[in-house]
Each structure stands twice: as structure tokens, then as C-alpha cells.
Design a protein around this ligand. Sequence first.
Ligand code: FRU
Length: 326
Amino acid sequence: HAAKPRYTIGFSQCTNGDAWRQAMLAGMKKELSFYPEVNFRIKDAKYSSALQEQQIKEFLREGIDLLIVSANESEPVTPIVEEAYNRGIPVVILDRRTTSKLYTAYVGGNNVEVGQTAGNYVAGLLGQRGQVLEVLGAPGSSPATDRHQGFVQALAAYPQLQLVAQVNSNWERPSVLERLPAVLRAHPEVDLIFAHNDRIALGAYQVCKQLKRANRIKIIGVDGMPGPHGGIQLVQDGILKATLLYPPGGEEAIRMAMRILRKQPYDKENILGTMVIDSTNVQTMKLQTEKLTSQQQDIQRQQQLLRRQRATFASQQTVLYVLAAA
Ligand code: FRU
């Protein structure tokens, strides 16, 4: 039978340093195990747009058949992604967008919708009145821009609900511990904090605690990751009132890449849904995600077994050839 064509997929990741990105990568690897003919390469830009640009250049020099990219910041990463696309390399944007229409497909959440859903949920939680503070993701990254836009849009429908302050973060907790205290002190009447992910939501909680305001201020986050430090646990522990599920989409990105490489039909926009996780459904979510995790571990063990059996088979074959030749 004809050998399957070999493909090299380059994945330019904005950062690989948190559980959400690790889950994304784990999902990719799980899906990639069905395509042993694929050579998968990842470069981690460690939150640097300059490094990301350089790494995509390296990919182009080394030769890739398809680029998957999560853009650290939209503007600075756009030209090099456009260059890849213009050279005829299919581009799958995953989660963080560029500013350009020049890409083959998008896979990820709709962050305007995430912000809107958060805004409407907040209105319900506060009885449509009160003071809200927003802790944003890194400026210039598309999920931060879009979550903010959706949030403001939704709040606009509730005249008694005021967005009184905004704090930028770099998506990580230390930036919140540093910047939030002064802003909170300047706004003694804040009722709720919407944080753009669960890591910075936890930072916001720690600041509220420090300032003895954790009882009054409700906090909601984004991501809804399973695991001991994930958003689901934070909701279960009552640290967050709610989190908005934001799926990492690793499996979906690889599936999309393979459709494109194999010239099968696909959609340009592939939106992964969001939902509110709060006290009403957190227990179900927890049980479901735990079950999924254990099933994924089973799959991994099966694959290891398969690899070992293949290796044994290969060495037995070698013995047979040697015997036959003798
Ligand atoms: C992970 C993360 C998530 C967030 C997403 C936005 O690196 O910061 O917490 O939802 O990126 O791109």
C-alpha cells in the first residue's frame, strides 16, 4: 500500500507556562497519536511577541507544511503570520488572533461572547445594580480586547450597573497582586470583579482578602479548568462565584490541520462554546471532567502498551530475518 504523505506541523505558542496551555498541548498530542505520519514541532514564545516573530521565521526557514499559531499580541505578530500565509502555508489560528483576515481557519472560543455572557451573568447576580471592576488580560492580546468589548456591551443594557475601574494584567497572578490593591482602595464600593482568567481571578481574591473585602466582593473568572488549582475547584470552594468555560481546543486544532492538509472540506471559523459554571452546576462539571481525565489516562496507557507491543514485534521480526538469512 502507498505510504502516507509525511507532514510537518509547526505550532507557535505564545506561552506554555500554565495549566490551560498544558491542557491544550495534551489535547494536541492525544489527537496527533492518530496521525503517526505527522512531525509535530512546537516553539514557545514565552509571552514575547518579538521571540514569537523570530520563531515563526525559523519555522519558515526550516520548512513546515502548516502553521498553528496562538498570537501573543495581535498587532506585532500579524506581519509574519501574513507572510507565512502568503507563501502558501496554511495557517490555523488557535485562541489568540492576529488583526488580519489572512489565515486559513480559526479554532477557539468567541471572546466577545465570553465577555457578554459574563456581563449578563453579573447583572443577574447583582440584581442589575452595583459597581463592577474589571481585571483585563494582557493589553493587545485578542481575548483581552474581545472579552472587554463584550463585557462593556452587555453592561450597557443595565444603567444602574457601573464599570467603575479597569486594571490591566499580563494574564498572570503577580501582576494583579501588584496593581489591584491601589485601585481597590480608590473604589471602596466595588461589589464585583470580573477577571479575564481564573489565575488572575484568584489573585483578585487574594487582594480582596488582604484588604478585608472578600466578604463583600464577588469574583468571576474565565477558563473553568479541572484540577486542584483550576477554576472548577475555585468555584466549588466558593472563592469564585462563577467561571466561564473557555476550552483550549487542542484536539480540534489538530483535527482542523489534518482536514486542511488532506484537502478535505472545512469551515474557516470554528467556534468552541462557552458556558457559566457556578454553584448550580459545579458538582456535575467536576464529576464529568474527572471522568474525562481518567479516560484520557486510560487512552495514554493503551497507547504505551501498543508502542511496547510494536517494539517487541519489530525485534521478533529482526530475529526471524537473521534466522532466515543464516
Ligand atoms: C492561558 C490563558 C488563559 C486565557 C487564554 C487567553 O495562557 O491566559 O487563561 O483564557 O490564555 O488567550
